[in-house]
Design a protein around this ligand. Structure first.
Ligand code: ADP
Ligand code: MG
Length: 426
């Protein structure tokens, strides 16, 4: 028996090494395996398709996007991720799709597969009417998926810059994106409830951190803290702490740019800062029909300044900027003269801003900050070796905003060009 048992596997092996027999066996096995693979794939596909809401006109696109997502191994960013010490940081934040968007049958066309990539799925139709999705991948310093909260966004964007404030720097944080993409939510906090909550916005989180640093023995009793808040509409500057009084922008003989006469409010607690934000924001939108209607046309600049005790000279200043809606810069389809002029100014300021940051990134001698009022006012922050800039590009996930979203991703990509890594398929 033992001999038979020994021979049998030997013969099997002979069969598979026998060139003629093994070819046939292998072919049969291959066909069987393929059939099984196809069966599993179709079964999976059927199941996937059945998860899709077929009442949505774009359901086929939704199914394709779902399938793409299922092939990716998602690995989201968490607080455990290392904070990077960067001169220029570019971060993309996706907001959740809203009920309103779902009601108008929008589908979610953005995927954040990991901590630094973004994939936009462009629904396309071929000449023969076959539908397909064109997936475009971008890479940034950080990418935040729709469930990230403001604290996580703050941790990787403004927080590293607060430290530099205590080294006498003038860091900049920008919220960029189309109207409705979440700029004010990120900077100011959740204003959608009746009881608005400013405490989780980047303004308040930054102030909180600054006061925290001031309580360290190293800094205690050394600085006074001031806030200013103004908005830039076209080439004009208005003080939000002083009933929108018009402010002048002057350049002195040493090329120092000053916003003359802006009201500085001394603050001692985060509460002081939050009540100032409340005041400034209500002044900003007073007399307008909707908050977004007004804020889409102007840039809001909130600054927190440190001064050494009993001096008037600014030691360090952080500027937190809620930019005008990026879609406004492309508003060229209108006959309204004022809207056209606003659009042209917004376009100019956003392009100049991008060029200033790019110039900073390559250590250029010349920074083109004179190109717009926004960059002129922020001149101090663009000059000097230690300046740091963070751009948070906000994106809406809905398919009806896909063109604006693509433009935002392209803009952010131009601010700092990073190579895209190949996304790992499962
Ligand atoms: P923007 O200032 O860019 O025009 P908003 O900040 O006003 O946009 O956001 C538009 C709407 O989306 C608001 O109702 C806001 O509450 C909501 N929103 C924005 N971002 C988020 C988010 N990350 N999570 C939940 N809701 C958000
Ligand atoms: Mg806004």
């Amino acid at each position: 028996i033992s001999t038979i048992n020994e021979v049998s596997p030997q013969r099997q092996q002979n069969a598979s090494t026998d060139p003629i027999k093994s070819k046939v066996v292998k072919e049969i096995e291959r066909i069987a395996a393929n059939r099984e693979q196809r069966r599993v794939k179709h079964e999976k596909h059927r199941r996937k398709l059945s998860e899709v809401d077929h009442s949505i006109p774009a359901w086929e696109f939704q199914a394709m996007i779902n399938e793409y997502r299922q092939q990716l191994g998602m690995k989201y960013i968490t607080m455990n991720e290392q904070q990077k010490d960067l001169r220029i940081t570019v971060c993309v934040r996706k907001r959740p799709i809203t009920k309103k968007e779902l009601n108008k049958k929008d589908i979610d066309v953005l995927t954040i597969p990991n901590k630094d990539h973004v994939v936009i799925h462009l629904p396309k139709v071929k000449l023969d009417l076959a539908k397909y999705i064109d997936n475009q991948t971008f890479r940034f310093d950080y990418s935040m998926h729709e469930l990230c909260d403001n604290e996580l966004v703050y941790h990787f964007t403004a927080q590293p810059l607060v430290r530099s404030l205590f080294q006498g720097c003038n860091p900049l944080v920008f919220a960029y994106g189309q109207t409705g993409s979440g700029k004010t939510y990120t900077m100011g906090g959740d204003l959608s409830q009746r009881d608005v909550d400013f405490s989780k916005g980047i303004y308040a989180l930054t102030a909180n951190d600054i006061f925290h640093h001031l309580n360290n023995s190293q800094h205690r009793g050394q600085y006074d803290v001031y806030c200013t808040f103004f908005e830039i509409y076209c080439t004009k500057v208005f003080d939000l702490f002083n009933d929108k009084k018009r402010l002048r922008v002057l350049e002195d003989h040493k090329n120092l740019v000053q916003v003359v006469g802006k009201k500085e409010e001394r603050v001692e607690t985060v509460h002081d800062v939050m009540s100032l934000i409340r005041r400034g924001m209500s002044v900003r939108t007073s007399g307008t029909t909707s908050a977004n209607e007004h804020s889409s046309r102007s840039h809001a600049v909130f600054q927190i300044t440190l001064k050494k005790k009993n001096t008037t000279k600014e030691y360090g200043k952080i500027s937190l900027i809620d930019l005008a809606g990026s879609e406004r810069g492309r508003d060229t389809q209108t006959n309204d003269k004022v809207t056209l002029m606003e659009g042209a100014q917004i376009n100019k300021s956003l392009l100049t801003l991008k060029e200033c940051i790019r110039a900073l990134g390559r250590n250029a001698e010349h920074i083109p900050f004179r190109g717009s009022t926004l960059t002129k006012v922020l001149r101090d922050s663009f000059i000097g070796e230690k300046c740091k800039v963070c751009m948070i590009a906000m994106v809406s996930p809905g398919s009806s905003d896909v063109d604006h979203t693509l433009n935002t991703l392209r803009y952010a990509d131009r601010v700092k060009e990073l190579n895209v890594d190949e996304l790992k398929q499962r």
